[in-house]
Design a protein around this ligand. Sequence first.
Ligand SMILES: Nc1nc2c(ncn2[C@@H]2O[C@H](COP(=O)(O)OP(=O)(O)OP(=O)(O)O)[C@@H](O)[C@H]2O)c(=O)[nH]1
Ligand SMILES: [Mg+2]
Length: 321
Amino acid sequence: MTETKDLLGRIEAILNGDRLAITRAITSVENERAGWDDLLSHLYSHTGRAYRIGITGPPGAGKSTMTQKLIAHYTAAGLRVAVIAVDPTSPFTGGAILGDRVRMQSESMKAGVFVRSMATRGSLGGLNTKAQDVADILDAAGFDIVIYETVGVGQSELDIAKAADSTVVVLVPESGDSIQAMKSGLMEIADLFVMNKSDREGADQAVAALKTILTFRITHADDEWVPDVVRAVATEGKGIDDVAAGIERHREYMLHVGLLETRRIARERSRVERITERLLHTTFWTPERLAAFEAALPALSSRTRSPLDVARQLTQERVGG
Ligand SMILES: Nc1nc2c(ncn2[C@@H]2O[C@H](COP(=O)(O)OP(=O)(O)OP(=O)(O)O)[C@@H](O)[C@H]2O)c(=O)[nH]1
Ligand SMILES: [Mg+2]
């Protein structure tokens, strides 16, 4: 079959790290073009090698600058790095994403570096789900490190950032930033804190305040890890080695206590749950069920049947299902 041959050809090209094939696969998955699910399923057995790092934090904290410097750090060590820049709020021409893309252009032109932006347009099936699908493609393509860089600290950003092996939260010495971080749920997901812009006034106090908060912090439900606080001046490349060392220390800790595998399994588990919900939802509303639903509306309106009663009928009876 030519279709199967075509699929195998695409897979082989991706596994060989062919950039055009990777780009096409990502677009296909984002837009759910014909065959996108088969492609992902076939690639899955080739994933699990890449180390996934989430980078998040308040707007303007220096996440993109930090990411760029980390790319340089890892490539200098001979590693291949892919970045998924995710902006859940931005439409496809979103300023921030576009700006980042331009800024990262010089990095992404290098061999062994791949940068991809994802915005709302790629949210078919949920941005979080898609970001992980894209990470799988890049993982299968042989990138050693996959970085999720998110904009802002909303719920979807947090979900994406924590779908990583290590999550880095970037803060700045502005007063109250740590308090803000605590409120927005950043404290719970951080494996490493970076106090960026440490060239600014108040860095010492900010680090001290953060460390104080951390001593009171409710640790992750699944481990005893207390995140390090590392200082950096991303624009000058200062502290980047420390950030990378902090990530490495967390990775080694997780390997040592067996947490890396636990985390990964938990992640895959919630992926299955999300996909299942979506599949159920899209296959549930057959024309017959819709008709049965419509037919039950008068009974609802006259209050002779309750919503629970109707829902039970729809889910329990085999109405064209
Ligand atoms: N003084 C100082 N400025 C920095 C530092 N790191 C980044 N900046 C500047 O802060 C601004 C924001 O940096 P970005 O890297 O774009 O920050 P970001 O967190 O990616 O921003 P968003 O994507 O908009 O949320 C830029 O003007 C950077 O040059 C630093 O360590 N010190
Ligand atoms: Mg940015």
